[in-house]
Design a binder for this molecule. Structure first.
Ligand code: CA
Length: 231
């Protein structure tokens, strides 16, 4: 995960940077709003952690401007302003979450994880069904925490099935979606990929059912319903 930390307190910035580095989160630190803008102009971030009191202005005004052109990137506001009216104003300006200083770093990390996951879900980069999880950006999928060895076509097919599960994926839709990703397959090849994928999902508690003439459905195996209901 790539984050932008806009914070002028060197002690906090350094502590967080070191901590996140150990979790393999890459953070770029901006000590001013203009440095934050410059960092955003250089590249994109998965998440922004924003202090409000900065030497060159107010973080909320900066956030308001950011939201005019970017509604997607999650922003977590980190500030000493602790009045309810401050929090409400922050959230209305476009903050996705708000944490008051002094804060517990474990709580900050947990909130960051929630925001990042929510953003991934919104982008369709993350999907789960039964014991299966599919991470579009990372290009990997897991069954009960164990990584599945998949070809690019199998990976895309699984992603479509999981995102739509337990609804039907028409065969035509599947073939077109692969073609869009430059992974062309013919009609009969699609069946080959699905059957290979089906073998790789054996024991995962999920099955790919073929509805002849229609398409494919990813379903929970008999007996897995209870597990699903438990969440
Ligand atoms: Ca500050």
């Amino acid at each position: 995960m790539r984050m932008l930390l806009v914070e002028d307190d060197d002690v906090i910035a350094r502590e967080l940077w070191l901590r996140w580095q150990r979790s393999n989160w890459v953070a770029e630190i901006a000590g001013t709003l203009s440095a934050g803008s410059a960092a955003l102009a250089q590249g994109s971030f998965d998440l922004i952690v924003l202090d409000l009191g900065l030497p060159d202005g107010d973080g909320l005004a900066w956030l308001g401007q950011l939201r005019e052109r970017d509604r997607q990137t999650p922003v977590l506001v980190l500030t000493a302003r602790d009045r309810v009216s401050d929090r409400v104003h922050g959230l209305r300006t476009g903050a996705d979450d708000y944490l008051v200083k002094p804060f517990a770093v474990d709580e900050l990390d947990a909130r960051i994880e929630v925001l990042a996951r929510r953003a991934q879900l919104a982008r369709g980069d993350l999907a789960a069904f039964g014991a299966l999880s599919w991470l579009g950006q990372e290009g990997c999928a897991y069954a009960a925490g164990k990584r599945l060895e998949l070809s690019p076509r199998e990976f895309e097919v699984l992603g479509m099935l999981i995102r739509r599960a337990p609804r039907l994926v028409p065969k035509r839709v599947l073939i077109d979606a692969l073609a869009e990703r430059n992974l062309e397959v013919g009609d009969s090849a699609a069946e080959v990929y699905v059957s290979r994928l089906r073998r790789k999902l054996a024991g995962s508690g999920t099955v790919i059912r073929t509805l002849r003439g229609f398409g494919y459905v990813l379903e929970l195996e008999d007996g897995e319903v209870a597990k699903k209901d438990r969440g």
